[in-house]
Write a protein that binds this ligand. Structure first.
Ligand code: PMP
Length: 408
């Protein structure tokens, strides 16, 4: 019944397919019987396979079993959940924290709960899909502002009638790798009776001197902000969390449906995330290595003439434009033992398809150089694609189209 629709997606270069990987998620994986360099994971600090993180998970399974068996309000909170929440609150500099089963659910629960008290929600056009889905579920008026355009947001807030507003932004935008203008947003929220929620899924462990996230990067204090994060990226585990004032956290326990009505995070994942936080604090050299490699890749891509948008993070997009070209580049890289999937609509707006590269602390300089050589090889194997790839005008056309996000 769905075959014609699948065929249509394929004809438009928009078909997505799962690929089976036969080895642990590291910088190098086994795919279709070949060793492939992985440049698509969010394993920024290379902790998903760290022996201490794995050991913590195994020990928790021995002590608590595999599944959490029910919602925490039903069968009780486990010590590992509570310990992790204390660690997360201290790490983010907030009064309290609450762990959810995924980051997606954390956003759904947080936004729906805050929305009880607000008339209008304001979201950056490139906010993560989970924030947008949360807005839809909250049934509040949603105003989208242009990506990182504080002046437009200010005008929208000026038109706000009575009641509080809610501003949603990613800290690090997941497909562009650029940063939210947090100081201005923070200031604007404070002066316009609005809550500010920062989704720092990609900033946690990565941004800021101590890896506390985008809030630390901008020198803001966590206490005044509501932050969401995930345990599944730099922390290498699984699950999501919200940090903020204690009364909000207690209220979420009572009201956030994705917390109340779902089985709690498996204890092994809570223990693994705590062990990962230990490593984030004890081994700052991981972050230093991540940033050293990111700089190497960024400079190499710039030298080649690639358009990397305004990325300031280990997420480095190569803006291509059309979905078919992007697919061709992804396949070219795959032929050079590099896994970097084509990111196409609806994840990004039309004409903004791209390769999204993510660097991790586990990569080596030689692997970054291999990736750069593979990108450079397009020039000889597919001259027409290379021209489009490095053509400023085409890239600019894409930039103009960037606010037409179809995922909204
Ligand atoms: N927010 C952002 C910005 C994300 O990139 C993601 C994951 N892709 C999430 C939220 C959801 O987190 P999780 O994977 O833990 O559900």
């Amino acid at each position: 019944m769905y075959r014609p629709r699948l065929d249509l997606l394929a004809r438009r270069s928009l078909l997505r397919q799962l690929r089976t990987i036969h080895a642990a998620p590291g910088p190098e994986v086994e795919l279709d019987g070949r060793r492939i360099l992985m440049f698509a994971s969010n394993n920024y600090l290379d902790l998903a396979t760290h022996p201490k993180v794995a050991e913590a998970a195994i020990n928790a399974i021995r002590r608590y079993g595999v599944g959490a068996t029910a919602s925490r309000l039903m069968s009780g909170s486990l010590t590992v959940h509570c310990e992790l929440e204390e660690r997360l609150a201290a790490f983010k500099g907030t009064e309290a924290a609450l762990v959810f089963s995924t980051g997606y659910q954390a956003n759904l629960g947080l936004v729906q709960t805050l929305a009880e008290d607000v008339s209008t929600i304001y979201a950056d056009r490139l906010c993560h899909a989970s924030l947008i889905d949360a807005c839809r579920l909250s049934k509040r008026t949603l105003r989208i502002y242009r990506h990182r355009q504080v002046s437009q947001l200010r005008r929208l807030l000026e038109r706000k009638r009575q009641g509080a507003g809610l501003i949603l932004t990613d800290g690090v935008f997941s497909m562009d790798g650029d940063l939210a203008p947090l100081p201005s947003l923070h200031h604007l929220a404070a002066s316009s009776n609005a809550y500010l929620v920062v989704d720092d899924a990609h900033g946690t462990g990565v941004m800021g001197h101590e890896g506390r996230g985008t809030v630390e990067h901008f020198g803001l204090t966590g206490a005044a902000l509501i932050q969401m994060g995930t345990l599944s990226k730099a922390l290498g585990a699984f699950g999501g969390f919200v940090t903020g004032p204690r009364d909000l956290i207690e209220y979420l326990v009572n009201r956030a449906r994705p917390f109340v009505y779902t089985t709690a995070l498996p204890p092994s994942m809570a223990a693994a995330a705590s062990a990962a936080l230990d490593l984030v604090e004890a081994e700052p050299e991981r972050r230093a290595e991540l940033w050293r490699l990111r700089k190497r890749l960024y400079q190499g891509l710039k030298t080649l003439g690639c358009e990397t948008l305004d990325s300031e993070s280990p997420i480095l997009p190569i803006l291509v434009g059309e979905a078919s070209d992007t697919l061709a580049l992804s396949e070219h890289l795959f032929a050079h033992e590099i896994y970097a999937p084509a990111i196409r609509p609806p994840t990004v707006p039309p004409s903004r398809s791209r390769i999204r590269l993510s660097v991790t602390a586990g990569h080596t300089s030689a692997q970054i150089d291999h990736l750069l050589e593979a990108v450079a090889a397009v020039r000889t194997t597919n001259g027409a694609l290379w021209e489009r790839l490095t053509d400023r005008t085409a890239a600019q056309r894409g930039v103009a189209a960037k606010d037409r996000s179809p995922s909204l």
